[in-house]
Design a protein around this ligand. Structure first.
Ligand code: 2U9
Length: 344
C-alpha cells in the first residue's frame, strides 16, 4: 500500500509538472484527490490493515494528499503569473504612438450669421423674440394688413394645415403678437429670427424653408430717418465701414411708405460687375414705416404711435458676405462646405 501511495504521488506530481492551464490542474485534482480518486480508494481499504500499519499508512496518505495539493497550488500560482505577464505584454499601450485625429465640429454658418445679426441689434437696444412656426391665418395675414382675398396671400404660396392654420410665411406674426402683448401702452423694439415656409420650388436662390430676421421699432415720433440710421449702422458693421447703402421706394402691405435697401458692391466698388448685375448695388433687405392699419389692429393708436419695420433673409446675407453661390448648401449640411466657415 505504501508503494501504491508513493506511485500515485509520483504520477500526480508529474502531471502537475506537465499541466499547461488551470483546467489541466483541475483535472489532476479531481483525478487524484476526488472522492472517487485512487487515494480515497487506498484509504477505504485501510480496514484490512493491521493495527500497527493503519496509522502509518493513514499518515502517509495524508502526506501524499498534502504534497499533491501543495504542488497544484504552487503550479496554479505559476500559471496565473505567466498568464498575467502574457496579458500585460499583449495589452501594452505604446504611449509614444501618434494619437488618432479627433474631428471637432463648429457652429453652422447660418447660426453664426444669425447670432452676429442678433448681437448687432442687441447693441442698439433691440430685444429678441420668438414665436410659433404653425400660425393662425389671423396673425400670419389678417393682422398684417393682408385681409382675405389679398393677392399676396395666395393659397398656392403657403403650406396650409387646416383652413385656419398654416406654416408661417414670415416672422411678422411674432411682431403682431408682441405688440398685442404690450397692449399699446409701451414702445416695442424687437427682432425676431426664425424659420419660415413658402411653397416654392427649391433652386440656387429659393427654398421652401428658409430663415428670416425681422425687426420692429414702435414708439412715439419714430421717423424714416431712424430706420435709415439703424440699417446703415447694421450694414456697415456687418459688411464693412467702406460700404454705402441706398434706399429705393418699394411696396409691402404692412409698411407705408416701403423701401428696399441696397448695399454698394464690394467686388467692383460700385462700377458694375456680374455680382451686382452691372448696377453697382446689391439688394439686402426691405422695410418701411409700419402701416397705420397694422398698428391699430395690434392695439396701438396710430395717431400717438408710429414705427418702422424691416425684414431680411440671413441666408442671402451670408451668401453675399461669404460668396456662397447656392442656398441649398445651408441645408444639405455637407461637412466639406460647413467646415470652411468654422473660423470665419
Ligand atoms: C409688423 C409690421 C411690419 C416686416 C417687413 C420686409 C419689409 C421685407 C423680406 C425681405 C427678404 C423678407 O427675407 S425676406 O423674404 N421682408 O422686405 N419685411 S417690412 O414688416 C413688418 C413686420 C411686422 C407688425
Amino acid at each position: 500500500m505504501r508503494e501504491r501511495l508513493e506511485e500515485l504521488k509520483a504520477e500526480a506530481l508529474e502531471k502537475v509538472e506537465k499541466a499547461y492551464s488551470p483546467s489541466d490542474l483541475q483535472d489532476v485534482k479531481v483525478a487524484y484527490l476526488g472522492k472517487k480518486g485512487p487515494i480515497t480508494e487506498v484509504l477505504r481499504g485501510m480496514g484490512k490493515l493491521s493495527q500497527e500499519e493503519r496509522p502509518i499508512i493513514g499518515e502517509l496518505a495524508n502526506t501524499v494528499r498534502e504534497a499533491i495539493t501543495e504542488a497544484i497550488e504552487t503550479k496554479k500560482n505559476t500559471l496565473e503569473a505567466i498568464e498575467l505577464e502574457r496579458k500585460l505584454q499583449e495589452e501594452a499601450i505604446d504611449v509614444t504612438l501618434p494619437g488618432r485625429p479627433v474631428s471637432v465640429g463648429g457652429p453652422h454658418l447660418l447660426t453664426k450669421i444669425v447670432e452676429e445679426i442678433e448681437d448687432l441689434f442687441i447693441g442698439m437696444g433691440f430685444e429678441i423674440r420668438e414665436g410659433p412656426e404653425v400660425e393662425t391665418d389671423y396673425y400670419n395675414f389678417e393682422a398684417l394688413n393682408l385681409p382675405k382675398g389679398h393677392p399676396a396671400r395666395d393659397m398656392q404660396d403657403s403650406f396650409y394645415i387646416t383652413e385656419d392654420l398654416l406654416l408661417r410665411t414670415h416672422t411678422s406674426p411674432v411682431q403682431a403678437r408682441t405688440m398685442e402683448e404690450y397692449k399699446g401702452s409701451r414702445p416695442v423694439k424687437m427682432i425676431c429670427p426664425g424659420k419660415v415656409y413658402r411653397r416654392d420650388t427649391d433652386d440656387a436662390t429659393h427654398s421652401h424653408q428658409f430663415t428670416q430676421i425681422e425687426g420692429l421699432y414702435v414708439d412715439k415720433n419714430v421717423r424714416m430717418s431712424d430706420l435709415k440710421g439703424v440699417l446703415n449702422h447694421f450694414a456697415k458693421q456687418l459688411f464693412g465701414e467702406d460700404r454705402e447703402i441706398r434706399l429705393r421706394p418699394s411696396f409691402f402691405p404692412f409698411t407705408e411708405p416701403s423701401v428696399e435697401m441696397d448695399i454698394s458692391c464690394k467686388v467692383c466698388g460700385g462700377d458694375g460687375c456680374s455680382v451686382c448685375k452691372g448696377t453697382g448695388w446689391i439688394e439686402i433687405l426691405g422695410g418701411g414705416m409700419v402701416h397705420p392699419n397694422v398698428l391699430e389692429m395690434a392695439g396701438y393708436d396710430p395717431k400717438v404711435y408710429n414705427g418702422f419695420a424691416f425684414g431680411m433673409g440671413p441666408e442671402r446675407i451670408a451668401m453675399l458676405k461669404y460668396g456662397v453661390d447656392d442656398i441649398r448648401h445651408f441645408y444639405t449640411n455637407d461637412v466639406r462646405f460647413l467646415s470652411q466657415y468654422h473660423n470665419a
